[in-house]
Design a protein around this ligand. Structure first.
Ligand code: ATP
Length: 266
């Protein structure tokens, strides 16, 4: 892939079944699947533009980008926002052009832009500290999003909606904006199920419903971290992991959500 390290091809192998919770998002993706096909183009439907997924870290946003590509059976390209900006004058604009040309040449494909707010924070009207470079690049990106003819489906993920330029949220840029929250008990049970199975164990040996109750305010990433920790303990003792191992592992994790609450209270 000739993109000067801006783009990375990500192996798919993930589908919507690998995501616990996020039902609305999954429903949107499976409901719109046909809109990506050639039948939809000849019918006269515009190609789907993209999704903006916002939420706290570890809730499955990146997983969703991969699952979207898997579900749509399209190649997935990840854009490293950090590499777009910088260099000599005009370099950032040239980088964006390279990204657009490369993805359009590969289209149909999914372009995943992780932590999009990092690149475009403060890019909208005024407030620019870099001689206007990021505003210009941002403007070009927005016009591309609005006018692109080639089926490049953009999945942009962001942690903080307040950091996003409001132009992103306007209709015509992304098809849909999804907020991803902490999973509720039912969703956590599903995530435990998926995580246990992903690590080669049988969910019925663990009782995901009990685990879901004990993992309140955990993200999906924290649930997985707890299970891996339990696997380590069991491995060190030459045995299979037990509910007790998982319970102890959970006790060693301080959920990010609690840390953030603490900060606000302080
Ligand atoms: P970040 O903003 O830090 O990139 P994220 O929201 O993109 O976080 P992921 O990277 O997708 O989160 O999640 C990390 C890992 O946690 C995933 O690879 C997956 O193993 C697990 N995970 C998180 N959320 C879920 C979920 N809803 N269902 C199943 N697994 C999950």
């Amino acid at each position: 892939l000739k993109s000067g390290g801006l783009l990375e091809v990500i192996e798919a192998g993930t589908g919507l079944d690998d995501i616990g919770g996020l039902d609305e998002l999954k429903r949107w993706l499976s409901g719109r699947r046909r809109a990506f096909g050639t039948a939809a183009r000849s019918y006269g439907l515009p190609a789907p533009k993209g999704l903006l997924i916002v939420g706290i870290p570890g809730t499955g946003k990146s997983l969703t980008a991969k699952a979207a590509a898997g579900a749509l059976q399209l190649p997935l390209l990840r854009l490293d926002m950090g590499r777009v900006f910088g260099g000599i004058v005009g370099q950032s604009e040239a980088n964006l052009r390279t990204v657009i040309q490369t993805t359009e040449a590969i289209a149909p494909c999914v372009l995943w832009i992780d932590e999009i707010e990092k690149g475009f924070a403060g890019s909208s009207s005024g407030g620019s500290t870099d001689g206007g470079t990021s505003s210009r690049v941002f403007g070009s990106f927005l016009s591309w999003m609005q006018e692109k003819q080639k089926p490049v489906f953009v999945v942009a993920t962001a942690n903080d909606v307040s950091q996003l330029p409001p132009e992103f949220l306007r209709k015509g840029r992304f098809d849909e904006l999804f907020f991803v929250d902490l999973p509720d008990a039912r969703e956590r049970a599903h995530i435990w199920d998926i995580v246990i199975e992903r690590h080669g164990r049988n969910p019925t040996d663990f009782d995901p419903v009990v685990l879901a109750r004990a993992s309140e305010s955990f993200t999906g990433a924290e649930i997985e971290a707890a299970f891996i920790d339990a696997l380590h303990t069991a491995f060190d003792n030459d045995r299979e992991p037990t509910m007790a191992d998982v319970g102890e592992a959970m006790g060693r994790i301080v959920p990010l959500a609690q840390l953030m609450d603490g900060k606000i209270a302080a």
